[in-house]
Design a binder for this molecule. Structure first.
Ligand code: PLP
Length: 391
């Protein structure tokens, strides 16, 4: 107790992740089908694992450069040019990070002063702790199921104030599976330029797109490079969540700060993981296509299966491996519904309210799980919803 009193005040701005709380509950129960997890169920492709093993034998066992190996940054620059239409100087504008997460954390750390407002999407990925830790004030902009959870730029415009320092945009979006179309991103870019606001574009799901959709990076638009930090990662595209390799593309002034702090913080991303990342990025991208095609097959099954449950509706996600079914007809809060499902029917999903007030009445259902598990999970949810009707 006394020790708790001695902790720095800023620690109180950081909250335990709601997802972890949910999983702790699931861990106490046996035979749970866990459809809450936000990471690919695939193993990292063999050629990537081999690259890491070879790197160890080649002597990549020492401190790496704080902002990443030069050849990796060169490969990232080529990828950014060809896939994202972003021109970045590999020597000054690219930083290899400990996942997209570090790029997000550092962005908040480098940009925010006490009282700066940060626009976030609600429901959206949870950036609240990082924002508050550095004195920022999150300003949620609600997205609606009726608009397929795509943000209406007019709602962003209405949320901008003189204090707005940063907007955080995540498309393809976790947890809704929404994709923000090019015209939406252009409107956001125009507002960022007109009001002189920074944009953090968090793009971990850039490759997980369906129905021929194309990913657009807001940092590619004219006038945006100088005000955009784009965060990418190998976690989702290559099933590499545990390797902790991502990267940030940003103006030199931000990359310099990231590099400077990295020296004081963790001195770089694990050398062999960077070598594996280099192999992943420079190889033919068949492994990514194969995984996305499997997600797509599951997406159809999940969409049909959830909509077949009386009392649940679910729009078809355009991207990511998440469905975001509407459970409001059950009359339960999303936390109560998720707790009920895991305790009584051994199936774990994530309460939508973890992703903001706008997520109330929804749950996040991940289809980064095998087909058998998905079918079993849907059957358990159906049993759970039907039992509610009888009670
Ligand atoms: C929207 C979003 N941003 C960032 C991250 C963090 O990714 P990484 O593993 O690259 O740190 C995740 C992971 O789930 C995510 O969904």
């Amino acid at each position: 107790m006394i020790l708790t009193d001695k902790l720095a005040r800023r620690t109180h701005e950081v909250e335990w992740s709601g997802i972890r709380i949910m999983f702790a509950l699931a861990d106490e129960i046996s035979d749970v089908v866990n459809l809450g997890i936000g990471q690919p169920d695939f193993d990292t492709p063999a050629f990537i694992r081999d690259a890491a093993k070879e790197a160890l034998d080649e002597g990549f066992t020492r401190y790496p450069p704080a902002k990443g190996f030069t050849d990796l940054r060169l490969a990232i620059a080529t990828k950014l040019k060809t896939e994202n239409n972003i021109s970045a100087d590999p020597h000054t504008e690219i930083f290899v990070a400990v996942g997209a997460m570090q790029a997000i954390f550092n962005t908040c750390l480098h940009l925010l002063n006490q009282g700066d407002e940060v626009i976030v999407i609600d429901p959206g990925y949870d950036y609240y702790s990082q924002i508050r830790l550095f004195g920022g004030v999150p300003v949620p902009v609600t997205v609606h199921e009726s608009n397929r959870f795509k943000v209406d730029p007019a709602d962003i415009e209405a949320a901008i104030s003189e204090k707005t320092k940063l907007m955080i945009i995540n498309t393809p979006s976790n947890p809704t599976g929404a994709l923000f179309d090019e015209d939406i991103l252009r409107a956001i870019a125009d507002m960022a330029i007109a009001h002189d606001i920074w944009v953090l574009s968090d793009e971990p799901y850039e490759h997980i797109l369906f129905d021929g959709h194309r990913h657009v990076s807001i940092g590619a638009f004219e006038g945006m490079r100088e005000r955009t930090i784009s965060a990418f990662t190998l976690s989702k595209s290559y099933a590499m969540t545990g390797w902790r390799v991502g990267y940030a593309v940003a103006p030199k002034v931000i990359i310099d700060e990231m590099e400077k702090l990295m020296e004081h913080m963790v001195s770089g991303v694990t050398a062999m993981a960077q070598r594996a990342a280099l192999a992943a990025i420079t190889a033919p991208q068949d492994c990514v296509k194969d995984m996305v095609s499997t997600y797509d097959q599951r997406r159809h099954v999940v969409h049909e299966g959830l909509n077949a449950i009386e009392g649940i509706t679910c729009i078809k996600p355009e991207s990511t491996f998440y469905a975001f079914p509407n459970i409001s007809a059950t009359g339960m809060s999303s936390w109560d519904f998720a707790k009920y499902l895991v305790k009584e029917h051994q199936v774990a999903v994530v309460p939508g309210s973890i992703f903001g007030k706008g997520g109330e009445g929804f749950v996040r259902f991940s289809f980064a799980a095998g087909m058998e598990q998905l079918k079993e999970g849907i059957a358990r949810i159906e049993r759970g919803v039907n039992a509610l009707k009888r009670s």
